[in-house]
Design a protein around this ligand. Structure first.
Ligand SMILES: [Zn+2]
Length: 266
C-alpha cells in the first residue's frame, strides 16, 4: 500500500465532463486520495464547487485567475464570498499576477488580485497563488498583506533561488509540479527543492496542463492527470535523496494542514 497523496492543483473543469468519473477513479487507484479542484473565474469556481460536492474526496477553491482579471466586476467579491461559505471551499484562488502572457491588462490584474487579498483578510481562508514574470509587483503585494492572511501557497513554483528566498521569508508554502521533471526548464528546481523546508512543500499536477515530460509511456492525448502525481513524487524524492513514502507522508500532512482537511471529511 502506497502512502496516500493529495494533488493540490487540479483544473478538473478543463477536462470534458464525461471524463471526470474516470479521472477521479484513476487518481484513487494511484493512491491520490484527495484532489483540490481549482477555480479560475466566477463561473468556473461555481462549477468547481459543484464538482467538489459530487466527488466527496475533492475540495474546491474559488477565485479569479490573473488571466481572467478582465472579468472582475463589482459583484465578483460577493460571489466569491458566497462560494467561500460552502464547506467544500478550502482556499481562495487561483489568484495572482501573470505578466508573461498578459491575457488581462496589468492594471486590471493588480486590482483584481488586491481585491481578492482584501477579501482573504476578511474570510481567513488560505490562498492558492499564481505568479509568472511578475515577481516584484507580486511580492510587494503579498508582503503588504502577509500579516493579515492566514496562509498561502505559491502554486507551480518555477522561480529562482532569490524568489524562493523571498517567499520563504514570508513563510509561504511552495507547490511543486511536473515542471521539475522537465530536463530543459526544470533542472534548476531539482537543486533548489532541498532549500524548501519540509513543512512547506506540497505536490500538484496542474492537470490537464504540465504533463511531466519524462513520463513513459506517454498518454495518448498528452494530457496530465492527477493519477500521475506519484511520478512527480518519485522525482521530488530522488532530488531530496529521501524515501518516497516519507516524502508522500510529509507532503500529504502539509496539504491536510494547509487546506484544513480532517480525517473524517472524506
Ligand atoms: Zn497557475
Amino acid at each position: 500500500m502506497n502512502e496516500p497523496l493529495i494533488d493540490i492543483g487540479v483544473n478538473l473543469t478543463s477536462f470534458n465532463h464525461d471524463k471526470h468519473d474516470d479521472i477521479i477513479e484513476r487518481a484513487q487507484q494511484a493512491s491520490v486520495e484527495h484532489l483540490i479542484l481549482i477555480g479560475s473565474d466566477i463561473g468556473d469556481s461555481q462549477t468547481t464547487v459543484t464538482l467538489a460536492k459530487k466527488y466527496p474526496n475533492c475540495f474546491a477553491t474559488a477565485g479569479i485567475h490573473p488571466h481572467q482579471a478582465k472579468t472582475f466586476t463589482n459583484s465578483s467579491l460577493d460571489l466569491i464570498r458566497q462560494l467561500a461559505a460552502q464547506p467544500q471551499v478550502k482556499a481562495l484562488g487561483e489568484m495572482g499576477l501573470d505578466f508573461n502572457r498578459n491575457y488581462s491588462p496589468q492594471p486590471q490584474q493588480l486590482s483584481c488580485f488586491e481585491a481578492q487579498l482584501e477579501l482573504a483578510t476578511e474570510l481567513g481562508l488560505p490562498l492558492y497563488l499564481h505568479q509568472r514574470d511578475a515577481h516584484q509587483d507580486f511580492y510587494a503585494l503579498i508582503k503588504r498583506y502577509r500579516s493579515r492572511i492566514s496562509n498561502a501557497v505559491i502554486h507551480c513554483f518555477t522561480g529562482n533561488e532569490h524568489e524562493l528566498a523571498d517567499y520563504l521569508e514570508l513563510d509561504l508554502h511552495i507547490g511543486i509540479t511536473g515542471w521539475i521533471c522537465d530536463e530543459r526548464r526544470g533542472l534548476h528546481l531539482q537543486n533548489l527543492i532541498s532549500k524548501i523546508p519540509a513543512n512547506r512543500l506540497m505536490l500538484e499536477t496542474d492537470a490537464p496542463y504540465l504533463l511531466p515530460r519524462d513520463l513513459r509511456p506517454k498518454p495518448k492525448k498528452g494530457k496530465n492527470e492527477p493519477c500521475y502525481l506519484p511520478h512527480i513524487l518519485t522525482r521530488v524524492s530522488h532530488c531530496l535523496d529521501q524515501d518516497k513514502n516519507a516524502v508522500a507522508a510529509l507532503t500529504t500532512a502539509n496539504a491536510k494542514r494547509f487546506f484544513n482537511i480532517s480525517e473524517n471529511n472524506h
